[in-house]
Write a protein that binds this ligand. Structure first.
Ligand SMILES: [Mg+2]
Length: 249
């Protein structure tokens, strides 16, 4: 997980929150993206040595992934499951989120806003504002292959819980006068209703706009879709623009 600051627009600052740990550890592949860019990981428990416990193996695998020393992979080695489950459900994941959102809130509080309607913030949806942890728990946190059909069925339930640290950030942004936009790779035609319902029932109300992947970007990478959408926002000459979400690989 990392925070990055960058310029956006003529005067603005962009604030980029990369929520990478969950995404990388679970080998996230969403919305029917091509499976060709991913292949099975060749890691095995035996290669880690018989005297290394599963938690240590998970730490080693995580480091290798974060250092980009692991080739393309579709599933997380099952030996990593205890480590990931402990990280995700034992409190560390939420503590990491809280630290980053506290950093962002400190930055937000320092911004001198003119309240002229020209300040915008862009948030990703999945595993930024609302969590899919319950879906991934059922897939052994990525040890089972991603199932796009099951994932869409999960989304359609509209029960993804809010990530409270981000909800707190969201409410602060609204109170400070930011126009908040959501950008998601979810399909506009099939998932808009469930997404709107889910955001509302988790407290994400009063936002400016929810931008979903429309037919023009169907089948294209999330990178291109989200990057072009964000660039369009910049061309609208927003004064201050921040964004939070995982990198769009
Ligand atoms: Mg996301």
């Amino acid at each position: 997980m990392a925070v990055n600051h960058q310029a956006a627009g003529e005067q603005g600052l962009a604030f980029l929150l990369f929520i990478t740990i969950l995404d990388k550890l679970i080998g996230l592949k969403q919305y029917g993206e091509s499976p060709d860019s991913c292949c099975s990981c060749s890691c095995s428990a035996s290669s880690a040595g018989d005297n290394i416990n599963s938690s240590s193996y998970g730490l080693s695998w995580r480091l290798a992934v974060e250092a980009n020393n692991v080739g393309p992979w579709r599933t997380v080695p099952i030996e990593c499951f205890p480590y990931i489950e402990t990280y995700m459900s034992g409190g560390q994941y939420y503590q990491d989120l809280k630290l980053i959102t506290d950093q962002i809130l400190s930055y937000v509080n320092e911004i001198d806003l003119k309240n002229d309607g020209m300040d915008a913030w862009v948030l990703d949806v999945d595993d930024t504002c609302i969590s899919n942890i319950l879906y991934y728990k059922g897939r052994k946190y990525g040890s089972d292959p991603f199932d796009s059909t099951a994932f869409k069925a999960w989304i359609l339930k509209g029960v993804c819980p809010a990530i409270h640290a981000v909800l707190e950030l969201y409410n602060k942004l609204i109170c400070r006068g930011f126009k908040v936009f959501f950008i998601t790779g979810r399909d506009q035609h099939t998932l808009a209703k469930a997404t709107i319902h889910n955001l509302h029932n988790q407290g994400f109300i009063a936002y400016e706009r929810l931008i979903l992947r429309n037919v023009a970007y169907k089948g294209q990478s999330a990178v291109r879709y989200k990057s072009e959408t964000e660039e369009a926002d910049r061309r609208r000459r927003v004064q201050n623009m921040g964004k939070c979400g995982r990198p769009m690989e």
